[in-house]
Write a protein that binds this ligand. Structure first.
Ligand code: PMV
Length: 341
């Protein structure tokens, strides 16, 4: 038997990916940019094993069997890794051998907390190790599992370039800056509700591309400008600029979800209260010290500098006490972190 185990981090986008130009290859309509979080707090852990005695591919996610052979995205990732191994003539075991895969997330699955990003990055990385091709370009393969997964293969700040080709070979993620570049940048996750989300990101972005007028404007005009500006802010450690762009982009992404017909509503009342809280906090301290961003769910991800973590946590506990109607379930301080391993 051959066996490999990997851990992959979650990434949270500052500039959101929303909308595909090719559903099958998962080619996006805009670039996106994210921060990779520390694996200590939130990660996926995947073990992949190959043996001559296995009768079929089987996968367990958080202890439950999930379809693998019937999952076209998972099978596509496996086929791509196998092809790399065949091309490199690096087979450690016969290609026909079936796999058993066990994966776990240490955070709520499918609650808008980027579980699929860490999950597919981990799957691809574990398979790449199993087949001996871990040094190859893997982001274009992880992208075909879940778009945002391609960004979880690097630590620090990562940009997914949408690419121009039809075959997706140039739709890859590349590092913008390593985590050491801005070590005092921290992230707080406010878990508002860990129930499963209403409309999957796949369905939500498909509907948006079909029905939203705003999405074209965002992809063509807003994202290119914002991406250039945020890369500049990262290079200069300009937190206020990074924060403003991040908040504007989150707001625009949710505006597009609402411009979808029928609309997709991902944020709830507590999410909106967090938005208000962040703007009120920044106004009270007289500078932009805190930024929010929301993925396809109600939970908030707040960016701030390490020196402000305790004052922000105190303000959050004061505004969202545990016994209140608008409470947040838990809060974590997560430094940005290093590469997959
Ligand atoms: O990779 P997916 O299909 O889970 O889509 C992720 C979409 C967002 O999380 C909302 C934005 C992003 O860029 O991560």
């Amino acid at each position: 038997m051959f066996i490999e185990t990997c851990i992959a981090p979650v990434n949270i986008a500052l500039i959101k990916y929303w909308g595909k130009r090719d559903e099958e290859l998962i080619l996006p309509i805009n670039d996106s940019l994210s921060v990779t979080l520390s694996t200590d707090e939130m990660c996926a852990k995947t073990t992949a094993a190959a043996a001559s005695s296995f009768k079929r591919h089987i996968m367990w996610l958080n202890g439950e069997e999930v379809p693998f052979e019937q999952n076209p995205r998972a099978m596509r990732c496996l086929k791509e890794i196998q092809q790399l191994a065949l091309a490199k003539e690096q087979l450690k075991f016969p290609i026909e051998w079936k796999l058993h895969i066990v994966s776990r997330n240490n955070f709520p699955t499918a609650a808008g907390l980027a579980s699929s990003a860490a999950g597919y990055a981990c799957l691809v990385y574990a398979l790449a190790h199993l087949y001996g091709v871990q040094k190859e370009e893997l982001t274009a393969i992880a992208r075909q599992g879940s778009g945002s997964a391609c960004r979880s293969l690097y630590g620090g700040f990562v940009r997914w370039h949408m690419g121009k080709s039809n075959d997706g070979t140039d739709s890859i993620a590349l590092p913008v800056a390593p985590c050491e570049h801005w070590q005092d940048l921290h992230v707080l996750i406010l878990v508002v509700n860990d129930a499963r989300k209403k409309t999957s990101s796949t369905k939500g972005m498909q509907l948006a591309v079909e029905t939203s007028d705003l999405i074209k404007y965002r992809a063509q005009y807003c994202v290119p400008q914002r991406t250039a500006a945020i890369v500049d802010a990262i290079k200069k450690h300009d937190f206020a600029k990074l924060a403003e762009i991040t908040m504007r982009d989150s707001n625009q992404f949710h505006a597009i979800a609402l411009d979808t017909y029928p609309p997709c509503v991902y944020m709830n009342d507590v999410s909106h209260a967090i938005v208000e809280f962040v703007h009120a906090f920044n106004k009270a301290v007289g500078e932009v010290k805190l930024a929010y961003t929301f993925d396809a769910g109600p939970n908030a991800c707040l960016y701030l500098l390490e020196r402000d973590v305790s004052i922000v946590l105190a303000a959050i506990k004061n505004s969202f006490p545990n016994d209140a109607e608008q409470s947040v379930e838990y809060v974590k301080g997560i430094p940005i972190a290093c590469d997959i391993g």
